[in-house]
Design a protein around this ligand. Structure first.
Ligand code: MIC
Length: 648
């Protein structure tokens, strides 16, 4: 049988189930990745499971999110993570070394391997021919402990690339075109696999841009073949020995197909406040901007910074623009300095920040109220920048830089300057000084975890009751992101290792009375949330399930769910159900009391479940798509309780 790249990767890692779309499969995980904002919980979970040493071939912990140290909390977390990495046999990348996704790609990415990461953009590593998937921290902890990762077998969506990109169009415009065509739900339960003659014009880092933002389409993963470009990249990192060829068989089939003629593309931009609202830049040209922001794992290549530096050479950015440059790694910063490009940026007025996620996750660089900010980052959900009434656009480095120069949204083609030619370094700087290798087992066993006062244990979760009687405490619309459920940013991120404290911020972008109301007597027995389509899109942060659960959330009824958040709800004992008839969404109101009887028996025996609205007696038909394993996880109150029973 002929196979595409995604099928080859799945087949070589399949430990349970069959490769039939929609059925649950278990995959062997070779590598894991954690960053600090989600990693503290992962390490606490490993401790709670009594793990002595990780069993994955390679596990890495990065510090890239919570870099601002305005008090003890973030630095305490950094030290805790370093001690935990030493204790459990994990690579540790120190604060300042760079953003997890490009740093992982440069140091550890290997064609043919699987990678599971507690960050939704883990999928970026698909650029090297890996099967790389973002997941909640608990699942990553389990993979570190040597357990398989379970997911529904996705459909494989083949995207054929033909032609060559015109000048002023780059990889970001390709993924924005995918979002324009297929929206933020277009990848749900699918793997996006790129193939075709257009691939030869995309370097491994260009592919990273496209694979990274597969997360914005809700895709389970994005896969590129491992070919000559992959070899070239590994060679530039002195790792050519890690290359293997991995390409689709001749005549390989895809469940769904699309074609993009790269030569037909033009500069694109996503409007506030969704990565799915994509239009050509020319349609919004002329709007004044306050900020142009370069950096993040969505545009991490040397070329992404070099193009900007060459565009601003001997010029100054507009007096009205804050030009924020966020290098993604220390090695890259050094290369930009070595090649004189950093000088161009500084001279033009750039504000140079440390290597890390920074403003992409709302850690500084928040825009002024109501002012337009153009960013090369992957997401622009409401309030994510740190400013409640924000107006963030997503675009390529070319568009952001052109707009920085003019002070207005500008199609870079209209600058009428020659398209800069970039010389990529043949050999990258590969300085591993801030990357700490795992300790030998006997030394690791002597390490004590360093816990500061901000690190609180995970609260205990109780099993699911037989019957539910839950008031509807919140009703929300379509495409609610985890940034709206549990915000990030400098105000909230420092509490990522303190669930009681972070839960005070739950839903505060949507309804800032939620956390307070949840504690009122009326909601003491728990509550329910009603949602529209694609509930929980975006970040993999399990806090978006755990914090509302801590406040009493037991049930979410939605028109549909995003993959990672759906799994996170199950992992923390929250029942996710969908409407059988989506129009019933209109029939449930805030304050309605929803009741179910015999939950364990019902969800074990069938996928249909009927809710009754108390007082009116109205019946609402609902369904679940839980596997038998997931049903048992839910019934015992989530994955931590389930693990205690099974993994020990
Ligand atoms: C994001 O881009 O939203 C993040 C920050 O990388 C998150 C992780 C987090 O919430 O810490 C993600 O995508 O999973």
């Amino acid at each position: 049988m002929t196979m595409n790249v995604a099928q080859k990767l799945i087949k070589s890692h399949l430990v349970e189930g069959e490769m039939i779309a929609g059925q649950e499969i278990g995959l062997k995980i070779d590598q894991t990745l954690c960053q600090d904002a989600t990693g503290t919980l992962v390490m606490l979970e490993l401790e709670a499971m009594g793990v002595d040493r990780v069993k994955a071939e390679l596990s890495a912990q990065y510090v890239d999110h919570n870099l601002i140290q305005e008090d003890y909390k973030n630095p305490d977390d950094h030290l805790f993570l370093q001690s935990a990495a030493r204790r459990f046999g994990v690579w540790f990348s120190r604060a300042g070394n760079g953003v997890s996704h490009p740093v992982h790609m440069e140091n550890f990415g290997k064609p043919g391997k699987t990678l599971l990461g507690s960050d939704s953009h883990t999928c970026a590593a698909g650029c090297l021919g890996m099967l790389a998937i973002g997941a909640g921290g608990l699942e990553v902890a389990l993979s570190m402990a040597g357990q398989p990762f379970y997911v529904k077998m996705p459909k494989i969506f083949g995207i054929k690339l033909t032609g060559k990109m015109p000048e002023w169009v780059s990889a970001k415009d390709i993924i924005l075109e995918m979002l324009r065509r297929h929206s933020v739900k277009g990848g749900v339960d699918r793997i996006l696999e790129y193939y075709g003659p257009g691939l030869k014009h995309l370097t491994a880092m260009d592919r990273h841009v496209i694979a990274n933002m597969g997360a914005e389409l809700g895709a389970t993963a994005t896969v590129f073949p491992s070919d000559k470009e992959t070899f070239k990249f590994l060679q530039s990192e002195n790792r050519e020995a890690d290359w293997v060829e991995l390409v689709a068989d001749k005549g390989a089939k895809y469940d769904l197909k699309d074609t993009i003629d790269l030569s037909s593309l033009e500069p694109l931009i996503a409007l506030p406040s969704s990565p799915g609202k994509v239009v050509p830049v020319r349609e919004v040209e002329g709007k004044e901007i306050y900020q142009a922001y370069i950096g993040s794992s969505a545009n991490p290549g040397f070329r992404d910074f070099a193009i900007s530096a060459l565009m601003v050479k001997d010029k100054s950015v507009s007096q009205n623009v804050s030009f924020d440059v966020n290098p993604v790694s220390r090695d890259q910063l050094e290369e930009l300095a070595r090649d004189g490009l950093l000088g161009n940026l500084i001279h033009a007025g750039a504000r140079i920040h440390q290597a890390g996620c920074n403003g992409c996750i709302g850690m500084g660089q928040a825009p002024a109220t109501g002012k337009n900010s153009l960013r090369t980052v992957p997401r622009n959900f409401p309030g994510r920048s740190g400013t409640m009434e924000d107006s963030v656009f997503l675009c390529s480095p070319e568009t952001a830089t052109a707009s920085a120069l003019t002070g207005k949204i500008t199609d870079p083609r209209n600058l009428k300057m020659p398209y800069p030619k970039i010389k990529l370094p043949k050999k990258r700087i590969t300085n591993k000084a801030m990357l700490e290798a795992p300790l030998p087992l006997d030394e690791a066993r002597k390490i004590k975890l360093t816990k500061g006062p901000n690190i609180a244990s995970i609260p205990p979760l109780h099993p699911m009751p037989e019957d539910f009687q839950l008031p509807v405490m919140l009703k929300v619309g379509d495409n609610i992101s985890t940034d709206e459920i549990l915000p990030a940013g400098a105000r909230v991120l420092p509490y990522r290792s303190n669930i009681p404290k972070i839960s005070e911020f739950a839903f505060d972008i949507i309804d800032d009375t939620y956390a307070k109301r949840a504690q009122a007597d009326h909601y003491k027995g728990g509550h329910a949330i009603i949602a529209g389509e694609n509930y929980g899109q975006g970040s993999s942060r399990e806090h978006a399930a755990l914090a509302p659960r801590y406040l009493g959330l037991r049930l979410v009824i939605a028109k549909s769910f995003a993959r990672i958040h759906w799994q996170n709800l199950i992992n923390f004992g929250i029942l996710p159900l969908t409407f059988k008839n989506p129009e019933d969404y209109d029939g449930i109101q805030l304050g309605d009391m929803i009741s179910f009887k015999n939950i364990p028996e019902t969800i074990r025996s069938c996928t249909d479940i009927v809710a009754t609205i108390e007082g009116t007696g109205k019946k609402i038909p609902l369904k679940h798509k839980l596997s038998p394993r997931q049903v048992e996880i839910l019934l015992v109150g989530g994955l931590i309780n389930w693990m205690k029973k099974h993994v020990s």
